[in-house]
Design a protein around this ligand. Structure first.
Ligand code: AMP
Ligand code: MG
Length: 337
């Protein structure tokens, strides 16, 4: 793996590498992605191989211009009400951490969409990502740059450690700002459905296009493997607790003379617990700060060889919903474990 910086010259090198069918890990505002040309079958196959990602888990195609959307998806095939919603969302929230699922154009390889007749598209706002995509083919398939099912990478070092030479280049532009993956919305039919909570809060989407439905409530939802029960998981078992349950657990551990790996949502809870160590997601108690540090802290905690991580739930609002989604899936054991 060759390291690149986010200078214009390096981003041109990275863009050319993607044009040549190579794989480039790069920063986005959500997490680091593993990019390959979205229309190149062998590059797509290498993405699945590098991540050991099952072929049933479709990729998100990243673009750097709104017009490219129509090379990938068919929004004109949708009823007018959905087309209007797409226009409002793309005008207001793109570029940004929002992925739209639309009917797919036949030119998009089936490998990218795992054989579905729909395709997921996102326009990221990270300046290095935007340039790299523009310097490449303009349509870059980029799942998170981690082995399938494991914690997502929010720093170049995470990618290096996790994927190493399975990747040709990595663009290092420091830690990702948002820290949780994009929100995935299905716009192929009414009602619009939230397939994955993420960097764009549900409240913001609903303020623009009205009420949306949760994936769990839908009966005929398309398969969205990002919704696998166990995902984003550290090797160390993780138990997700409310604030009160965590305080109780710490008191029990203290009486038994043991200390464990505790993950606090905020500093106030840590102080109240009296625990001498432990990790805190947000000093100021805000969800955006907590989301930004979530995966980095979990990577660190997974290196402690602890028996178990006890993690505190975030408040279920704004980015807190995405944090709780990731923590709750991190707490499910994988079938192969
Ligand atoms: P990742 O790229 O690792 O953030 O994961 C991408 C996720 O986006 C997948 O796991 C799915 O949940 C979702 N996704 C991608 N394409 C589609 C699609 N065509 N229909 C529904 N969900 C999709
Ligand atoms: Mg992922």
């Amino acid at each position: 793996m060759k390291r690149l910086s986010s200078t214009d010259a390096d981003l041109r090198t990275a863009g050319k590498a993607i044009k040549d069918g190579l794989l480039v890990a790069f920063p986005t505002e959500t997490v680091y992605g593993l990019g390959g040309d979205g229309f190149n079958r062998s590059a797509l196959a290498r993405i699945f191989q590098a991540k050991r990602r099952p072929r049933f888990d479709p990729l998100i195609i990243h673009i750097a211009e709104i017009d490219t959307l129509d090379r990938i998806g068919c929004r004109d095939a949708l009823p007018r009400s959905l087309q209007e919603k797409i226009t409002v969302l793309t005008k207001t929230l793109w570029p940004g951490p929002l992925t739209l699922v639309l009917p797919k154009r036949p030119e998009v390889p089936d490998l990218a969409t795992s054989g579905l007749n729909t395709v997921a598209v996102r326009f990221p706002s990270h300046p290095a990502a935007m340039k790299l995509i523009a310097y490449s083919t303009g349509a870059v398939a980029a799942p998170s740059a981690n082995p399938f099912g494991y914690l997502s990478p929010t720093r170049a070092e995470h990618v290096e450690k996790l994927l190493g030479d399975a990747v040709d280049f990595i663009v290092d532009a420091g830690p990702a700002d948002i820290g949780v993956e994009s929100t995935v919305l299905d716009l192929t039919q009414e009602p619009v459905r939230l397939l994955r909570p993420g960097g764009t809060p549900r409240e913001k989407i609903e303020s623009l296009i009205g009420k949306i439905e949760s994936r769990e409530k839908a009966t005929d939802a398309p398969r969205s493997p990002g919704m696998l029960k166990s995902h984003y998981a550290p090797r160390t078992p993780l138990v997700l607790l409310t604030r009160e349950q965590l305080l109780e657990q710490i008191a029990v551990d203290r009486d038994a003379g043991r200390s464990r790996a505790y993950l606090f949502f905020d500093q106030e809870t840590r102080e109240e617990s009296g625990a001498v160590d432990g990790f805190v997601l947000s000093r100021g108690g805000g969800c955006a700060e907590a989301a930004a540090s979530l995966f980095d802290v979990l990577h660190q905690m997974d290196g402690l060889s602890a028996d178990c991580i006890y993690a505190q739930r975030a408040p279920e609002r704004g980015l807190g919903a995405a944090i709780n989604d990731r923590l709750s899936r991190a707490s499910m054991r994988r079938e192969d474990d």
